[in-house]
Design a protein around this ligand. Structure first.
Ligand code: SAH
Length: 215
């Protein structure tokens, strides 16, 4: 599959739609204009890649809806060279958006099939993630901590303590909290000091579940 001016036009339209839906961070909108989402989908979905919808990516998982990706990316308040940890690499689209926004991205995926496919795809598309890891996102990446921000892209029944511990003071954790088959509440935790976190809840979303110790 190739990237063409037709795709570029569709990306511009998608970015405009996200702006209408309330995304204001120009860094996020520029990244949506840049990253070829159709190359993150199976070729059968190419024609739909620039609709504001989630799609299956194999292993029972989905690439998140562009609005959700943009919304979470905006909540992260990414600054250039920020160290960002992503839980749930999936297709790699969110990874690519964060990379386009200037972040140094670390990402964890627990489905081997997706980890392998995405680890091959990202370099081909010029996306140089700092570190892609196969493992359990509940544990984070203690060897690479602390992070300026952490984004969880699967619905989490609880807020994992290790992720809180791996945030810098002043850092932000963006996590949809709620059980399997429920809506999740998008939650922002801002680390105030060693022990205190400020919590904000900013709307309902639906994600595939964040799984622990099972495949
Ligand atoms: N950011 C992805 C979203 C994929 S859906 C994208 O843009 O395509 C969520 C992903 O989280 C799935 O790939 C799923 O396998 C993964 N996941 C679920 N539980 C996980 C866990 N405990 N650790 C790491 N990844 C997990």
């Amino acid at each position: 599959m190739k990237d063409t001016s037709k795709h570029q036009g569709l990306r511009n339209q998608l970015a405009n739609l996200l702006e209408q839906k309330g995304i204001t961070d120009t860094n996020v909108l520029e990244a949506v204009r840049k990253v070829p989402r159709h190359l993150f989908l199976n070729s059968g979905f190419e024609d739909y890649a620039y609709q504001d919808k989630p799609f299956p990516i194999g292993a029972g998982q989905t690439i998140s809806q562009p609005y959700t990706v943009a919304y979470q990316s905006q909540l992260l308040q990414v600054k250039k060279d920020d160290k960002v940890l992503e839980i749930g690499t999936g297709s790699g689209y969110q990874t690519a958006i964060l990379h386009a926004m200037g972040a140094k991205v670390y990402s964890i995926e627990r489905q081997l099939e997706l980890f392998k496919a995405t680890s091959l795809l990202l370099p081909k598309l010029g996306v140089r993630a700092k570190h892609l890891s196969f493992g359990d996102g509940y544990k984070g990446l203690p060897n690479f901590a602390p992070f300026d921000s952490i984004i969880v892209t699967a619905g989490a029944p609880i807020i994992p303590k290790p992720l809180m511990a791996q945030l810098k003071i002043g850092g932000r954790l963006i996590i949809p909290v709620g059980g399997e088959n429920q809506v999740q509440i998008m939650t922002i935790l801002i680390r105030k000091d060693e022990t205190r976190f400020e919590k904000h809840e900013v709307g309902e979303f639906r994600f595939v579940p964040m799984l622990e110790n099972k495949n």
